[in-house]
Design a protein around this ligand. Sequence first.
Ligand code: GYE
Length: 336
Amino acid sequence: MLNRRNFLTAAVGVVAATGLAACAKEDDSSSSSDSGSGGGKKLVLGFSQVGSESGWRSANTDSVKEAAKEAGYTLKFSDAQQKQENQISAIRSYITQGVDVIAFSPVVVTGWDAVLKEAKAKKIPVVLTDRSVETSDESLFVTLVGSDFTDEGRRAAKILEKVLEKAGHKGPVKIAQLEGTTGAAPAIERAKGFKEVMDADHADDWKIVVSQTGDFTRAGGKQVMAAFLQSNPDIDVLFAHNDDMGIGAIQAIEAAGKKPGKDILIVTVDGVKDGFIAMSEGKINAIVECNPLLGPQLMEVVQKVKDGETVERWIKTEESDFMQDQAKAALPTRKY
Ligand code: GYE
């Protein structure tokens, strides 16, 4: 079932999730469309986005906005700039405004119960999108529309096997890991899935020698990779939890006089256009796709929830994996 929510690492404890963020900055831009269903009252959807940290996120935001317009909903959209207190205050404001449905992509997994209980008390259904939460009360959200991040981690390890074979790499494999935002579902679960395969099949030859968060940003990836190269100049492989951190890391690798994709083999997650460009230039060796175009599916679910229909607990996204030799052919048809 929803195994994404069934584990927690100590790391998530560092996130101070209090629900008391009275001073949170809310960037609430209300957008509505005149097209759509016509006639009756438009469905009002309050959406709290994580931020604009990556190419994935921009594509996701565009998809949500377009799909809401297409569906003829009134969308109240806010960008939390990767801060939980901003998301909590946006959700509170949607509750006060009495929107029909709240959807949000939680920046971290813990610390949502208080605000979700407030929504429940006002009978406003909550749909999670992209990322999941950890909660003791399953009734606090209706469903999750998003990817299986643990599986993405497993797929990354599996595709790394192919990358190593193709590169003719023999012997021990020293791996550097650039983690996503600390406490975020995709960071926890991609690391978990990767380690699962590593422990099961490569306990003797693979080792994660350094692992740190780059917060899913290019700047973070560049800075942390530069530090990795200082402490561990003999890294063989980089596993980055998203393309943007991988692209930042490529800059650090080049600045250190090494060849990304050759001296250091690189596997990333997402599959955004810039990731595919780096892959077609030979700098990324493989990408595990994570589809951000969740808007249409989300709007469908929101309508069903509003209409009181039953929906599945987890509506998963379908995805593929890409090796470098597929990059050039796939690039023109990439939609994000
Ligand atoms: O992989 C990363 C973004 O939650 C799946 O968040 C999303 C992740 C995505 O910042 O690029």
